[in-house]
Design a binder for this molecule. Sequence first.
Ligand SMILES: NC(=O)c1ccc[n+]([C@@H]2O[C@H](COP(=O)([O-])OP(=O)(O)OC[C@H]3O[C@@H](n4cnc5c(N)ncnc54)[C@H](OP(=O)(O)O)[C@@H]3O)[C@@H](O)[C@H]2O)c1
Length: 258
Amino acid sequence: MTGSSEKPVVIITGASSGIGETTARRFAEGGFNIVAVARRKERLQELAAQLAEKAQVVVVAGDVREADIPKRAVEAAINNFGRLDCLVNNAGAGKWAPVKDTDDDTLNEVIDISLKAPFRFAREALNVMGKGAAIINIGSVFGITSGMAGGAYSTVKAGLVGMTRSLACDYGPQGIRTNLVAPGVIKTEMTDAYWESDYFQRTNHEITPFDREGTADDVANLIYFLASPEGSYINGQTIALDGGWSSTKFVCAEALGR
Ligand SMILES: NC(=O)c1ccc[n+]([C@@H]2O[C@H](COP(=O)([O-])OP(=O)(O)OC[C@H]3O[C@@H](n4cnc5c(N)ncnc54)[C@H](OP(=O)(O)O)[C@@H]3O)[C@@H](O)[C@H]2O)c1
C-alpha cells in the first residue's frame, strides 16, 4: 500500500467523460480517492492531473469487457489505498434500435458493457468491501418506462434494476448498500447529437414537468449522496432523476395551446 488509507475510496467506471467524469469531480470534492476506469487513457490522466490537489486518482485504462479489468481495478484500490468504499458502475454506450433491428453483435455488445461488466465489477468489489460500503449502478429511465427504439438498451438497463435489488438483498445484511440511479436525458457526449435538434429540445421541454434540463452535476450529486452516510438507510432502490418525466404524463401548457 503506497497511499493514504484515511480517505474513502471509490471505483468509477466510464470516468473519462460525461456523468462518470463529473462524478469523479464530485467524489474528489467530497474527500474520496479514486480509481478511474475507461478506455481513453489520456482523458483519465488529464482528469487525474486536474484533481491532483484534492484527490489521488489511479488510472486503470481498458475496456470494461476485458476479463481481468474488475480485478485490476479492485487491486488498484487495495494496492494504492488499502480499502474500497464505493463502486459506481457507470460505463455504458447508447445503442438505440427496436428489437427487430438489433443483431446479435449489437445485443451482445450492450449486454457485455452495461450488464455483465457491472455484475462482474460488483462481484469483485464485494470481496474487499465491508460495512458502510455502497454500490451505485447507473441505469436509465429507459430501464423503467422504456421508449421508442429501447430494444437492447432498455432490456439491459431493466436488468440492472434486478441486479441492484439482488445485491441489496444479499449484501445489505453485511452493511453494504446497493442502489440504482436512472437518469432522464442528460447533456453528455452520448446525447450531444440529439441536443442539436430544436425539435428534440422542444419535445424534451414539453414532456418534462420541470423548468430546466438535467445536468451531469445533478446525477453526480445523487450518486454522491447515495454513497454518503446521509444516504445510509437507502438500499435496493431505483431512483429516477428526470425532472418528473417518467412518473407523470405531463404536457406543458404551450403544447396544450394554453
Ligand atoms: N446522457 C444521458 O442522457 C443518459 C441517460 C440515462 C442513462 N445514462 C447512462 O449514464 C452512463 C454514462 O453515460 P454518459 O451520458 O456520461 O455518456 P458518455 O459521456 O458517452 O460516457 C460514457 C462513458 O462510458 C465509458 N465506456 C463506454 N464503453 C466502455 C467500454 N466498453 N469500456 C470502458 N468504458 C466504456 C466511456 O469511456 P471510454 O470511451 O473512454 O471507454 C465514457 O467514459 C451510461 O451508463 C448511460 O447509459 C445516460
